[in-house]
Unconditional design. Structure first.
Lengths: 550, 186
């Protein structure tokens, strides 16, 4: 048969040369074409943070992955992708995977994260530890769904049954088990160049002459967590931003009427890059104090109040780097806060926390320290006792973490205290329980909707660029109440960048069902046997046919 | 799953054809070119069937769950053209006696193998993802080889004049079964 076939092909070659091209070029093209395959399951994964802060790298350095899946119980973990569920997650297991030079780690997060509070707290504590160690291995987070869960259980059964069974079992196991190959579709991560962190400022001018004292209110709008796409930052610092907008609204209403127009300038600043050592604030201060001739910040600053994480809890801490001296506006605010808290909101425990600025630390503690370095009197108000609390930088900080009643109560408290300072009410003899703002002025629905909107999207600094909707909506909001709303951009210095962000933070991962290599050999063996049987049987049939017919 | 797996499926699909060709003695009769001609007739018949179906049977917009008996029945009837094609091959192709059947059937089923199975195997079995259906497809091609041999034999018997009357009925029934096999399976 091959002779005839070769004759045919010879004719084809000799007769018409172009014909052979037509036949063979497509064949060759098909042979070398890349192969788009269908996956058993395709899902979105979110990468762990990757950034450099002041030259120090943090987080995972790698993004691509094309390895077989295993769970942590398997014996051989090297160059495999380790899948873990949040319920089984612990730092020792994570370290074990890394020590055995695993290819990647994928952590499956439950859809409804608030159902298991102990796991959440444990995970929150681990987040900064995971970020502190620089890993070459890509670490991804995925939200759980049914198919992913079934993939996980299948991998679990195959991983845990390795190395404990007889040879026959292993043979059957290789034939029937389903392995999974995890492949990401993106490229390797690289540094994003020219990323601009946006901040917004707006003001309300006071009345009554030049050189009025200025009060600055600051809140940073970005959020932080172990995975940028999953950090919604509800309490830290969505609560701060919504409170700032509410204060802007209240005081702009007061400032529209001549009778209530006070003699203080109010400057509102919504800063970006807050979780990365307050880059927005730092550059804003440099621009305003060093590079311009006249700015509100250069003249008479009464004090700077930073709002950070105020959406929960029954305590309020005023963090200062230097205790305020008597007779200053700072001291007045401190006293007013104490008065209002004790008279009108007895359930709130108010205290002052004194912490000196430690310039030897890698990062600054609170936002007011940036102002303190430039010798502006500043403090931060927060319900957290220490800046090291893990709630400030966790992906578990989602909308249910903010208690709207407490947020609204804190807003009222701060508004009252500020009003008492601005209008000098205590000196004028107003009693401690005088309520300036009536119930109608406070709009809880507005607070609620702002918090809902803020927590609907991740606001990590790497994801909010200057065209982002978060920035433009905030700009619009501020523009409704304040004058001179301006944007302020921070770009990292070219030669010695303070911060470097990396891309490829969200990927699509495909899980392909694969069989172990032995399976192919087994199958080849079976097919060879089958073909042998067929050959023999056909031979027998043909022989019998020949024997019958004469 | 890999090229190796593709090789496995291809071997499973193709080797029985090869073995049948070798062992049935067709190679002694220089029947290779005739098989190719039979394959070309297969292509032509399929093309005609497709054109016919596309022209005369618009897409049925019945509900998704309702099985459209009449429409599918008509479509299956078009498969009669398959039988006509086989008959055509056998009558026109020179070839002695019983070997006509073998030639026709071999050519026909090889063409079907190449046309309908090679591309899915190439695209699918070579990918990373493993699915049992490729092994199933290759095995299915073995079964269809036997099926086409039987079908060609029955067609041949149908066209013989000197067939006893008693055989007529079973032969017709078998032919009918061949054509409507897909339809009855539903």
């Amino acid at each position: 048969m091959f002779e005839e076939a070769s004759e045919v092909f010879d004719n084809m070659f000799k007769s018409s040369f172009p014909l052979t091209f037509i036949v063979f070029i497509p064949a060759v093209l098909i042979l070398v074409s890349p192969l788009p395959a269908e996956a058993a399951h395709e899902f979105t994964v979110y990468r762990m943070q990757q950034y450099d802060l002041q030259g120090q790298p943090y987080g995972t350095r790698n993004a691509i992955l094309n390895t077989e899946a295993r769970t942590v119980e398997a014996e051989v973990l090297s160059r495999r992708c380790v899948i873990m569920r949040l319920v089984d997650f612990s730092y020792e297991r994570y370290q074990k995977a890394l020590r055995q030079s695993a290819g990647a780690v994928v952590i499956i997060l439950p859809k409804n994260m608030s159902t298991m509070p102990q796991d959440i707290v444990q995970f929150m504590e681990l987040e900064p530890e995971m970020l502190a160690t620089e890993t070459i291995v890509p670490v991804y987070f995925a939200l759980e769904d049914d198919e992913l869960l079934s993939i996980y259980t299948q991998t679990l059964t195959s991983s845990s049954s390795q190395g404990s069974s007889s040879a026959a079992e292993v043979l059957i196991h290789t034939a029937t088990a389903n392995g999974f190959q995890m492949v990401t579709s993106g490229a390797q991560s690289k540094a994003v160049s020219d990323w601009a962190i946006t901040s917004l400022e707006g003001r309300l001018a006071g009345t009554g002459g030049e050189d009025l004292p200025t009060i600055v209110l600051v809140a940073h709008y970005d959020s932080f967590g172990v995975a940028p796409w999953l950090s919604y930052g509800a309490d830290s610092n969505g609560s701060g931003v919504s409170m700032l907008l509410e204060l802007a609204r209240l005081f702009s209403r007061l400032y529209t009427y001549k009778r209530t127009h006070a003699g203080y300038n109010l400057l509102f600043f919504v800063s970006g890059g807050g979780k990365f050592n307050y880059q927005g604030t730092k550059r804003w201060l440099e621009d305003n104090l060093d590079h311009t001739d006249s700015s509100l910040l250069q003249d008479n600053v009464a004090f700077v109040l930073c709002l950070d994480t105020l959406g929960n809890g029954d305590s309020l801490h005023l963090h200062v780097s230097k205790p305020p001296k008597e007779g200053t506006a700072q001291y007045a605010l401190l006293k007013e806060l104490e008065t209002v808290a004790s008279n009108q909101y007895p359930e709130v425990k108010f205290s002052m926390v004194h912490k000196k600025i430690n310039l030897a630390d890698d990062t600054l503690a609170w936002e007011h320290e940036r102002f303190g370095i430039r010798r502006l009197p500043a403090f931060t108000l927060s319900h957290l006792n220490s800046h090291r609390e893990v709630q400030r930088s966790s992906i578990m900080d989602v909308r249910p973490h903010v208690d709207l009643r407490k947020l609204s109560r804190n807003t009222k408290l701060i508004a009252e205290s500020l009003a008492r300072v601005i209008y000098n009410l205590t000196e004028k003899g107003a009693p401690g329980d005088l309520q300036i703002f009536t119930e109608q002025m406070m709009q809880e629905e507005q607070l609620s909707s702002v918090v809902d909107w803020l927590t609907a999207q991740p606001r990590a600094a790497q994801l909010v660029d200057k065209d982002s909707s978060v920035v433009s909506t905030l700009e619009y909001h501020l523009g409704r109440y304040l004058k001179d709303v301006r944007r302020h951009y921070v770009k990292a210095d070219k030669r010695d960048p303070e911060f470097v962000f990396y891309d490829q933070l969200k990927q699509t991962m495909n899980a392909y069902r694969v069989k172990p290599a032995i399976f192919d050999l087994l199958l080849a063996f079976c097919i060879a046997a089958y073909l042998g049987v067929i050959y023999l049987s056909i031979q027998k049939v043909v022989e019998r046919l020949y024997a019958k017919s004469p | 799953m890999t090229l190796f797996h593709f090789g496995n499926c291809f071997a499973l699909a193709y080797f029985p054809y090869f073995i049948t060709y070798k062992c049935s003695g067709l190679s002694e009769y220089n029947a290779f070119w005739r098989c190719v001609q039979a394959g070309a007739t297969y292509l032509f018949v399929q093309l005609c069937k497709m054109l016919f179906l596309a022209t005369f049977f618009p897409t049925w917009e019945g509900g998704a769950g309702v099985y459209d008996f009449v429409g599918e029945f008509m479509k299956a009837t078009v498969d009669l053209a398959d039988l006509l094609g086989l008959h055509l091959v056998m009558s026109r192709n020179a070839g002695k006696g019983e070997y006509k059947i073998m030639v026709a059937a071999m050519g026909w089923s090889t063409a079907e193998l190449v046309m309908s199975r090679c591309i899915p195997l190439w695209v699918g079995a070579r990918g990373i993802e493993f699915d049992w259906k490729y092994i199933q497809m290759s095995f299915d091609s073995n079964i269809s080889l036997v099926h086409y041999i039987a079908m060609a034999a029955v067609v041949w018997m149908f066209t013989r004049y000197d067939l006893p009357k008693s055989f007529r009925l079973p032969v017709t029934v078998l032919l009918g079964l061949c054509v409507y096999k897909a339809f009855l399976m539903e």
